[in-house]
Write a protein that binds this ligand. Structure first.
Ligand code: PLP
Ligand code: COI
Length: 340
């Protein structure tokens, strides 16, 4: 049973659902964790998460399949990435099993908000790990909260599989060469808000950031990774220590190579060589696969495939990925976790 919502037009918006999961870390260990109806966090005004950004988050989705069951896509990979982010910010790791179990609990408790199959909508899960407590020096916290809330979502970028334009940003970076770009920390997103506003104000969907050291190579979109397709059937995506290691991107690298016989490459994507791409896209949990119509860089506007039509390879990858996520296409081993 589902509640009655306008599933086709959800967008990507917060909605307060009945239940969320919360667990506390004190005296060097995690408690059992539990579901709660309280959507407000009660934390010390001096919490390091608030002052110094000692916080990490994740994003993953639950999918309703044709037979009405519900499944998660590679949640263990999100758990492992959260552990790597926690290591970077000196926060305690959340065990993979605890993470995946908590995801299942939140989905089950809010089951009627998992969108019906066929609407394209999903239940987005937002795990959050924050340093809390009475500490004001620039030190890691002694106490932590791990919480997961959920909301039904549709498209992150307007139009879903419709191509959209992006602004290549020369003036601002989202991350430093040896900073926290590869970690999913709030600070990266705070840094992206001003360049994001500049892009939105000029009708671009988001920013494409360049490598912070030389500004000659594409790094990623503010909320997704970048990929390009060449006429030689190559799937190319940037390799850099300062981009977020996207689980969607790694999944597409695998599918391009193993299901479509493409050459899957992680390497440099030089802005001087964009002509070699016949298609390009942004990929991520929220973005899914969003075709990139054109990119503005200074006075130059470069169109990859078309500003209005999705390219054939992008569509093929989209159908395979979403087919797996919604249970219509056989998944590589271990990619799907059923919520029973
Ligand atoms: N890059 C950034 C900056 C992101 O915020 C996200 C979203 O999580 C991604 C890439 C895509 O990562 P994933 O495919 O794991 O969702
Ligand atoms: C996600 O795709 O899950 C993200 O975290 C992107 C976010 C900035 C909306």
């Amino acid at each position: 049973m589902t509640v009655d919502l306008d599933w086709e037009n959800l967008g990507f918006n917060y909605r307060k659902l009945p239940f969320r999961y919360i667990s506390y870390y004190k005296d060097g260990k995690w408690d059992e964790g539990q579901l709660t109806e309280d959507a407000t966090l009660h934390i010390s005004e001096s919490s390091p998460a608030l002052h110094y950004g000692q916080e990490a988050f994740e994003g993953l989705k639950a999918y309703r399949t044709k037979d009405g069951s519900i499944q998660l896509f590679r949640p263990d990979e999100n758990a492992k990435r959260l552990q790597r982010t926690a290591d970077r910010l000196l926060m305690p790791q959340v065990p993979v099993e605890k993470f995946v179990d908590a995801c299942k609990k939140v989905v089950r408790a809010n089951e009627e908000y998992v969108p019906p199959y066929g609407t394209g909508a999903t239940l987005y899960l937002r795990p959050l790990l924050i340093g809390v407590g009475d500490i004001i020096g620039v030190h890691p916290a002694d106490e932590y909260i791990f919480t997961i809330f959920a909301m039904p979502v549709g498209n992150y970028f307007k139009g879903g599989l419709a191509p959209t334009n992006f602004l290549i940003q020369d003036e601002y970076d989202r991350a430093a060469p040896h900073g926290t770009g590869a970690a999913k920390v709030g600070g990266n997103y705070a840094a992206s808000m001003l360049p994001g506003k500049i892009a939105h104000d000029s009708n671009f969907s988001d920013v494409i950031y360049l490598d912070p050291a030389t500004h000659t190579k594409i790094e990623e979109v503010g909320s997704a990774n970048f990929f390009g397709i060449t006429a030689d059937n190559e799937f190319i995506t940037p390799l850099s220590p300062s981009i977020l290691p996207s689980i969607t991107k790694f999944s597409l690298l695998y599918l391009a190579e193993n299901r479509f016989g493409m050459k899957a490459i992680q390497g440099d994507v030089k802005i001087a060589e964009l002509d070699k791409f016949v298609e390009a896209g942004a990929c991520g949990t929220a973005a899914v696969i969003t075709p990139i119509g054109g990119v503005q860089h200074g006075d130059d506007f470069h169109v990859f495939y078309s500003e209005t039509e999705v390219g054939p390879v992008t569509r093929k990858l989209y159908d395979e990925l979403t087919g797996i996520q919604f249970g219509d296409v056989e998944a590589p081993e271990g990619w799907i976790v059923k919520v029973d």
